[in-house]
Design a protein around this ligand. Structure first.
Ligand SMILES: *Cc1c(COP(=O)(O)O)cnc(C)c1O
Length: 424
């Protein structure tokens, strides 16, 4: 555990150069590592010694971001993956197999929604989706004998809903299953789910953690808090035939989950990030605390500007009083939520498209959550195959604009919006 505060950990955790070594995290662009005796390599394979032997499993540059993000989230270990989707997939496959069931929030990221709703059922893992604001009583009725995990997003992309993390954790634990939280939008700067009862945290590092839209990546952080010895997780508590009968909970204690994810699933599935992407992420993380603060300050000002504008119908930003999830934002993210807001333009689809096309500083991009302000009109892009009626059913009105506020001068962002609004 790092003795430093979170802002220091953003800059330095995970890498302490020794005398004469590079000050900057080195990019170890090597798949393989040299040893002087076969016995040493044997020990690595038997998990009896620590060390790098093949980059599919671990790499010194990835190791730095794993240690740094574990420190930021307050976990006992982490596994860096090739994308956020890979992290979410492994987080489930590590404890679920055919015949198992999970419970997940219904407003989670579209990619994860498809993974749980369409792809995992093909290999025998079923999901029950629940609303973000589900009551404890309603949630209780969704658990089954074969339920193995509960999965939520601390701040949903893109609808910006915030679940009662402690309520979900309590329900999961009462049924002997872990709570997995995707903390991508809030980041550990604004919310640390493990402190609220989550057991596993996942991220798409492609968003704020990287922060510059340069590298895809994902991470799984193990809180080390969950007791797997309750009969539901034989993969962790009984001998693993693919590793000479190792019992993860016996050998690795409270790091059993993350060790199994690496040694078994990363070995077999190979969703390995490149060392260069680990390096880019390490650079992004050095300014995470500063960027997130500025994203939130700017987004608050933009949301306030839009809310007061007579051509705007509504604004959705949970850090703004009056928002349905404002009380949850106050409880779990009192310092701020994120830089993404959504709003509706009066005049529907046509006005929204005109506004988007008129913006000059804000670029039309599918990505969110990086330094540069971006805008997207889902009805004419990501969701263009849907009719207006279907859009409304999906909670995405034809007037909805998703606006990812960057860290430019907020006056320029607002002036850009002002001139674009003039034109409709
Ligand atoms: C983007 C995103 C993902 C998927 O991450 P990729 O890195 O694009 O694979 C998962 N969860 C959330 C909340 C996201 O925003």
């Amino acid at each position: 555990m790092s003795k430093y505060r979170i802002n220091t950990n953003c800059v330095q955790a995970g890498y302490t150069p020794e005398n004469g070594q590079p000050r900057v995290t080195p990019i170890v662009q090597s798949t393989t590592y040299r040893y002087t005796s076969g016995e040493e390599v044997g020990k690595l394979f038997d998990l009896e010694a620590d060390g790098f032997f093949y980059t599919r499993l671990s790499n010194p540059t990835s190791d730095v971001v794993e240690k740094r993000i574990a420190a930021l989230e307050g976990g006992v270990g982490a596994l860096f993956t090739s994308s956020g989707q890979a992290a979410s997939t492994l987080s489930i496959l590590n404890i679920c197999g055919a015949g198992d069931h999970i419970i997940a929030g219904n407003a989670i990221y579209g990619g994860t929604f498809n993974l749980f709703g369409v792809t995992l059922p093909k290999i025998g893992i079923e999901t029950t989706f629940v609303p973000t604001d589900v009551t404890a009583e309603e949630l209780e009725t969704k658990f089954k004998e074969n339920t193995k995990a509960v999965f939520i997003e601390s701040l949903t992309n893109p609808s910006l809903e915030i679940p009662d993390i402690e309520m979900f954790a309590k329900a999961a634990h009462a049924h002997g299953v872990p709570l997995i939280v995707d903390n991508t939008f809030a980041t550990p700067i604004n919310c640390r789910p493990i402190e609220h009862g989550a057991d596993i945290v996942v991220h798409s590092t492609s968003k704020y953690l990287d922060g510059h839209a340069v590298a895809l990546g994902g991470i799984i952080v193990d809180g080390g808090t969950f007791d797997w010895n309750n009969g539901k997780y034989p993969g962790l508590t009984e001998p693993d035939d693919s590793y000479h009968g190792v019992v993860y909970t016996e050998r690795f204690g409270n790091a059993a989950y993350i060790t199994k994810a690496r040694t078994q699933l990363m070995r077999d599935l190979g969703v390995t990030p490149s060392p260069n992407n680990a390096f880019l992420l390490s650079i992004g993380l050095e300014t995470l605390h500063l960027r997130v603060q500025r994203h939130c300050e700017n987004a608050t000002k933009v949301a306030e500007y839009l809310a007061a504008h007579d051509k705007i119908e509504w604004v959705n930003y949970p850090s703004m009083e009056g928002n349905k999830f404002y009380p949850m934002a106050q409880k779990y993210m009192p310092k701020g939520t994120c830089g993404v807001i959504s709003f509706g333009v009066k005049g529907g689809r046509e006005a929204a498209m005109k506004l988007m096309d008129s913006l000059q500083l804000a670029a039309i991009v599918v990505h969110v959550a990086d330094a540069k302000t971006g805008v997207l009109h889902p009805a004419s892009t990501t969701h263009r195959q849907l009719t207006d009626e279907q859009l409304l059913e999906a909670g995405i009105g034809p007037e909805l604009i998703r606006f990812s506020v960057g860290i430019e001068d907020v006056e320029d962002i607002i002036e850009d919006l002002a001139q674009a609004l003039e034109q409709i």
